[in-house]
Design a protein around this ligand. Structure first.
Ligand code: M6R
Length: 609
């Protein structure tokens, strides 16, 4: 979704602003713009399309000003166009703003401002901000921003500047992330860390309802009009984290980072030969666990699919009923949640608006909230009672890969942690699973190294079809859901996942000559049933592409291709089976010439409901 970058310092602002926007490209956008204070004027340039269009538009211009703001827009109110792009100025051009989020009462504000004579030139909600600010301004930018903010409803991260008060940026934040940072040549801000890497040594994550004033020498943070001492964190992330590092796409790099990400996720949490998971930082103690009679898992997209794995695991090992819900549905259906429910929210970004709203709803109902997230100090991490960080590292491709596998690993760790504390499993059995979890990063590496060409061929075969199906039973079915989503979002092939036993109740009608059916067949207790379902599709001339564990030869007669995966316990299979599905989607997308890392219409972090 939209991205913000800004800086104020001693050197020309433009290179940082453009570079910062490029580092935010992965969030998804349809237009971009900058505003730089230069020689007493705010120069604004905005362009629909890629950042390269904006660069073309300003090529040859000399813009030397040392502070400014920049924005990538993902259209919500008003179509993608030059005039709807940010930064927006008020009607006389003295105030400029960039904004992420939605001003829900913008129509009322716009009407009121128009009655006062303000003239609007875009269809956006954002344009009310600079005009409202101009209306509130009485010689002090910060006071005017605060006065204007009192009139706003909705979610926002916004940054303001004015020609009337040179040398100052004012930032505000409510339900949309904003980070400010100290650098060598001044002070910076951005909606996401990647824009700041290489410029900033220390950063502050603004909390909800905080505001910040940036000058070239200082950052001052306020809450309710009072100065506060914010927590200052070191920015240790290497520039390499935000680069492709020799891979053609971020997605491929991130798929290959999974062994490392899984190891990081395990680090310090399990020790070989120990039957215990160390998650001692959780407030979820034995007494709290004993009071839980239901687990609710809530998320969106890929994270929602991770929750399904959680349902299968927790119901099996903890014998507690687990409900899984899509975050955007959860809060509107008056879910049955109370103080005896453990709510687990899963989110890579920790900023997904629907998941955040679901969290708030569950919290209101008295539930203990445990977040599984990748982003340190994200809104979801801050609102939850407990957090397990997945430690996947920066994920830039819109299609989530290493975030998903580390979400799964975190789900397992929590499950075995609770099983041990609540005495739901024998310690020896837990130890066997933990030892195997410890070996999984190596097995993921084996899949990536073993025969990459075979999976590439599968991806390219799938690319030739307009439809594809993914089938499996048990945990294979829930991983199939993720395989189908991956393929849809980056290759634009229509893909569906089905519980294999459900095919004959409708979907079999869609199985026609040579349609690819990707079969996951790793769950040994339902293997024979699964083979029967594969026969059903093979009989209808589907192209049957099968994944089984080593040593299993059952699928061969009914498949066009069989790929063997390193053996593991059935219960832990999702962390392995998802890897080839990610690769199939990747190679299908490349073959079709689609934009792998930034698929059409999608954004990495969906910060509007
Ligand atoms: O940041 P989150 O995990 O909360 O994001 C949730 C979904 O938007 C996300 O998983 C989305 O489905 C991915 N593009 C899937 O690859």
């Amino acid at each position: 979704m939209c991205g913000i970058a800004g800086c104020i310092g001693t050197e020309a602002a433009l290179p940082f602003l453009i570079n910062g926007l490029k580092k935010l490209e992965y969030r998804g956008y349809d237009s971009a713009g900058i505003a730089v204070y230069d020689n007493g004027n705010i120069i604004v340039r905005r362009k629909v399309g890629k950042i390269s269009e904006l660069e073309k538009a300003i090529a040859g211009e000399t813009i030397n000003g040392t502070y400014g703001i920049a924005h990538t827009r993902w259209a919500t109110h008003g179509a993608p166009s030059d005039r709807n792009s940010h930064p927006h100025r008020n009607d006389d051009g003295h105030f400029a703003v960039v904004h992420n989020g939605i001003i829900e009462n913008y129509l009322d504000l716009k009407k009121e401002l128009m009655e006062k004579g303000h003239v609007f030139s875009s269809e956006t909600d954002t344009e009310v901000l600079p005009n409202l600010l101009a209306d509130c301004y009485e010689g002090d930018l910060l006071q005017a921003v605060w006065k204007a903010e009192k009139r706003l409803r909705g979610s926002y991260a916004a940054v303001f500047m004015t020609e009337k008060e040179p040398g100052v940026l004012v930032a505000i934040r409510k339900d949309s992330p904003l980070i400010v940072g100290y650098g060598k040549n001044g002070n910076y801000l951005a909606s996401d860390i990647p824009a700041l890497i290489g410029y900033v040594d220390q950063y502050i994550v603004l909390k909800n309802d905080e505001s910040a004033v940036l000058t070239k020498d200082s950052i001052t943070v306020y809450q309710n009009g009072e100065k506060v001492e914010p927590e200052v964190l070191p920015l240790t992330m290497d520039i390499a984290a935000a680069e492709k590092g020799g891979y053609d796409h971020f997605m491929l790099k991130e798929i290959h980072e999974q062994p490392r990400a899984l190891r990081d996720c395990l680090s310090g949490r399990i020790t070989p030969n120990e039957p215990m998971v160390n998650l001692g930082e959780l407030k979820l103690d034995r007494e709290k666990m004993a009071s839980i009679n239901k687990i609710m898992m809530v998320a969106c997209g890929t994270a929602y699919h991770a929750c399904f794995v959680g349902k299968y695991i927790y119901e099996k090992i903890l014998r507690i009923p687990v409900e899984v819900d899509i975050a955007s549905e959860f809060r509107y259906r008056d879910p049955i949640v109370d103080e005896h429910t453990l709510t687990i929210v899963v989110s890579q970004s920790g900023e997904t608006a629907d998941t955040l709203a679901a969290l708030a709803e569950a919290k209101k109902k008295g539930s203990h909230i445990l977040a599984i997230t990748n982003v340190w100090e994200s809104s979801i991490a801050r609102e939850a009672d407990d957090v397990i960080y997945t430690r996947a590292g920066l994920e830039i491709a819109v299609a989530s890969t290493k975030a998903y596998s580390t979400q799964l690993l975190s789900i397992y760790l929590l499950g075995f942690y609770m099983a041990e504390i609540c005495g739901k499993m024998e310690r020896n059995e837990i130890k066997q699973y933990l030892d195997e979890l410890y070996r999984l990063p190596e097995k993921v590496q084996e899949i990536l190294d073993r025969d990459p060409d075979a999976i590439k061929v599968l991806g390219e075969t799938v690319a030739e079809s307009e439809n594809a199906f993914f089938i499996g039973r048990g945990l294979d079915y829930v991983v199939a859901l993720e395989g189908a989503l991956k393929l849809k979002e980056i290759s634009y092939i229509h893909a569906e996942a089905y519980a294999a036993g459900e095919l004959k109740h409708g979907t079999l009608a869609l199985i026609v000559d040579q349609v690819p059916v990707i079969c996951l067949c790793t769950q040994r207790d339902v293997e024979e049933k699964m083979i029967s379902n594969m026969v059903e599709v093979k009989t209808r001339d589907a192209k049957v592409l099968t994944f089984v564990f080593e040593g299993d030869n059952h699928g061969e007669k009914v498949s066009d291709t069989v790929i063997k995966l390193p053996n593991t316990y059935d219960l832990l299979s999702p962390i392995l089976t998802v890897i080839p599905l990610q690769l199939i989607a990747y190679y299908a997308s490349v073959k079709r010439g689609a934009d792998v890392d930034q698929p059409r219409n999608l954004a990495k972090s969906v910060t509007v409901e």
